[in-house]
Design a protein around this ligand. Structure first.
Ligand code: ZN
Length: 459
């Protein structure tokens, strides 16, 4: 059996509390790589222990086998469990035994017809929607099907507690031309438009950037088409770096062989097309290379966090060739999930999720860094002098200029740099309060009020 981690036990306690207070359809948000399947297996074990029936629904066939092993290992009474892919279960829903509890993996898909068909059939059953990203691309959100949301530990907290590895993020500019990207009916970019948007120099850039900042690290590359994946693998092999390509059409036997070689470090780089997302076990990835733009936050987090399994002393490297940082920021940025699950009125635009944190990009190594990490005007990773470059997501020229000046100021002002990572209760002088207010665009009144509260201003 798996020994549950403290945050996993806490999550289960919160779920039980929510059920006791009358909720029946509960979203359980928990970041990727935090063992959601183990949590679901433990809940299933407790359910079947009381002779109640459980149903477990997954979205992709690749993860079913893994989940079945986890449930078995956790001593779930499998005679009382129905496990399967949503497409399979929805077809035979009339013949399925009525469950007391339904567990949905990747629950952000639950508004799709295939899920609704099952949920409508068992309308009196408790349902738990497990997901790292409780948000949809359309207008309708998960409040349509759920009456509560439980938030797991944040990625930042998990990293602080050693459950995830810290990372450095690098974004290579100009490998994709965003203006050529077009969305398909499913909301993500079409393969054709990604092909057109992709620069012909990307393959060379991918290998060069790996050699420059991640040489020797076990790396997984995400691409969007079999052809581009084959090209990336070829380019690595030609540079003397052992690489292989796997995709949905690769035979299971050769896929298993390639994964084994990667685990034994006989292969340095594994290139894949949408294969290594949730559920497939690949523990020793230290570097992720994204050569695939996406509009999906779920995919972005699954890609970028693939390399965050911790090991003492490890710092993971995320290399983004597809401008995903522009859209989503860092994987561990704070996101307001309680707000995200609320369906907006028709005609109203969704509150912008644009990241307004100020970022500096090193134009030598392409690291994207917070201004407070810049020491003596130098990039903390490569040591080259940092010229301030603002990510392109800010379209307004005046705004870019204003931000550039402000970031310059932050980098050149020691007091401002010192307070950048602090909270107001950690500020102990008027100088620090003033710098903090400047950094966060607070009004002078705030400085006066805080100063008075702290006894720094005499009457
Ligand atoms: Zn640098």
């Amino acid at each position: 059996m798996y020994q549950l981690r403290e945050y996993q036990t806490n999550l289960i306690a919160q779920i039980i509390k929510s059920m006791h207070s009358g909720h029946r359809h509960i979203i359980v948000q928990s970041p990727p790589r935090t063992g959601k399947t183990v949590v679901m297996a433990e809940i299933a074990r407790r359910t079947t222990l009381k002779n109640n029936r459980v149903m477990f629904i997954i979205h992709r066939k690749e993860v079913l086998e893994q989940a079945e092993l986890t449930f078995k290992k956790q001593d779930v009474n499998l005679n009382l469990a129905t496990m399967g892919m949503v497409q399979t279960l929805t077809r035979k829903v009339d013949k399925l035994p009525i469950p007391n509890l339904i567990l949905i993996d990747e629950g952000h898909h639950a508004l799709a017809k295939s899920y609704q068909n099952i949920l409508n059939k068992f309308s009196k059953t408790f349902v738990l929607f497990f997901t790292a990203t409780p948000v949809r691309t359309g207008r309708l959100q998960l409040d349509q099907v759920a009456d509560d949301i439980i938030l797991g530990q944040s990625i930042k907290e998990l990293t602080e507690n050693g459950y995830l590895a810290p990372f450095r993020y690098f974004e290579s500019p100009n490998d994709f031309d965003a203006s050529k990207l077009k969305r398909s009916s499913t909301g993500d970019y079409t393969n054709k438009s990604m092909d057109e948007a992709m620069s012909s120099t990307i393959y060379g850039h991918i290998v060069k950037q790996y050699q420059r900042i991640a040489q020797g690290m076990q790396a997984v590359v995400y691409t969007y088409s079999i052809e581009s994946a084959i090209n990336v693998a070829k380019e690595f092999n030609e540079a003397g770096i052992a690489a292989a390509e796997v995709d949905g059409k690769t035979e299971a036997s050769s896929r298993d062989r390639i994964v084994k070689q990667f685990r034994k470090q006989e292969l340095r780089v594994l290139v894949n097309v949408n294969l290594f997302t949730e559920g497939i076990d690949l523990p020793n990835v230290d570097c992720v290379i994204m050569a695939r733009p996406t509009t999906s936050l779920a995919l972005y987090l699954q890609f970028s966090m693939r390399c965050l399994n911790p090991r003492p002393g490890k710092t993971a490297i995320i290399i983004d060739h597809a401008n995903n940082f522009q859209k989503f920021g860092y994987p561990d940025d704070d996101r307001d999930w309680k707000q995200a699950i609320i369906t907006q009125d028709k005609g109203k635009h969704k509150a912008t999720t644009e990241n307004t944190v100020q970022i500096v990009q090193c134009d030598y190594c392409f690291a994207v860094i917070r201004p407070s990490a810049v020491k003596d005007g130098k990039c903390p990773y490569c040591g080259n002098p940092v010229k301030v470059i603002i990510p392109k997501r800010v379209a307004d020229i005046d705004l870019i200029e204003a931000r550039r000046n402000k970031i310059d100021e932050i980098i050149n002002d020691n007091v401002m740099q010192n307070v950048a990572d602090k909270k107001p209760n950690e500020l102990h002088s008027m100088k620090e309060l003033k710098a903090y207010a400047k950094l966060h665009d607070y009004k002078p009144g705030w400085v006066y009020f805080q100063g008075k509260m702290k006894g720094l201003i005499k009457k």
